[in-house]
Design a protein around this ligand. Structure first.
Ligand SMILES: Nc1nc2c(ncn2[C@@H]2O[C@H](COP(=O)(O)OP(=O)(O)OP(=O)(O)O)[C@@H](O)[C@H]2O)c(=O)[nH]1
Ligand SMILES: [Mg+2]
Length: 238
């Protein structure tokens, strides 16, 4: 009998982690591996350990994840290492701090398939509560998203800083995302939009963080704002 040579669909869940020993086990366990497999996908969970000095890497390995170490700190650096080591058709991302709903992965995959999308961003801001996100953080997110939407008219994303994305791996090589730090998230979305990929945003429930805050509050807000203007000018040829 002739063998069916159709390649099996696959998903890599890529999670950057810097000293997240309190949350990492729960995050890994929340990925609904069996449900994703039932949809016909192979699944791998890749934790990018960004030079943690706690037990993050050990706990991740013990709980069945593949762990890569990216010793050069930075949110963008962690993702670049993760994407280089992810070999599935679809990449799904999120923080290692229990804030993002990895349990919703089957819902995202269904939307990707039905609408043949290249990229999905998730929107935390439409439903966010003060229990999940500090008021100043809500304001900062709104501020950055408003600047992005004004500098790139027509960009279909409300939440420029959301860290949960679902996308076809093949588009990554076509995006010029230079940021090594926190601006990585907004730059990725700008690049996806600029390159004309088929994208959508879906609303998610965002939850309170477990473990110590890593974000550098106002400094990161200023860096991200500056980055938006520099990116806009560089695309205009300055
Ligand atoms: N801030 C920061 N996060 C990193 C870095 N490397 C990896 N990460 C991970 O990237 C994710 C995002 O960082 P977070 O500190 O959660 O940033 P955030 O989600 O904007 O802010 P909070 O969750 O409110 O603290 C987490 O899973 C971190 O552990 C890094 O160099 N800086
Ligand atoms: Mg976080």
């Amino acid at each position: 009998m002739a063998k069916n040579k159709t390649k099996q669909k696959s998903v890599s869940v890529v999670i950057p982690a810097l000293n997240e020993e309190e949350a990492i086990r729960t995050v890994i366990k929340e990925v609904p591996v069996n449900k994703i497999k039932k949809m016909g996908y192979k699944v791998e969970i890749l934790i990018v350990d960004n030079g943690s000095t706690d037990e993050t890497g050990h706990i991740a390995k013990k709980n069945g994840a593949t762990v890569f170490v990216q010793p050069v700190r930075g949110y963008g650096n962690a993702y670049k290492a993760g994407f280089a080591n992810a070999h599935s058709d679809i990449i799904i991302t999120g923080d290692a701090d229990c804030t993002y709903p990895f349990e919703d992965i089957p819902r995202f995959l269904k939307i990707m398939e039905e609408e043949n999308l290249d990229f999905i961003n998730t929107d935390r801001l439409s439903t966010v509560t003060k229990e999940a996100m500090h008021t100043s953080h809500i304001f900062g997110n709104w501020f950055l998203a408003t600047i992005m939407r004004n500098l790139w008219k027509g960009i279909p994303f409300k939440d420029s800083q959301s860290g949960m994305w679902i996308f076809k791996k093949e588009i990554w090589n076509k995006l010029h995302v230079k940021s090594c730090g926190m601006p990585f998230s907004q730059e990725l979305k700008i690049e996806v939009y600029k390159k004309g990929f088929k994208c959508k945003e879906v609303i998610i429930d965002y939850r309170a963080r477990v473990g110590e805050v890593k974000l550098d509050g106002w400094k990161d807000a200023v860096r991200n704002t500056t980055h938006l203007f520099i990116k806009r000018m560089s695309l205009m040829g300055f």
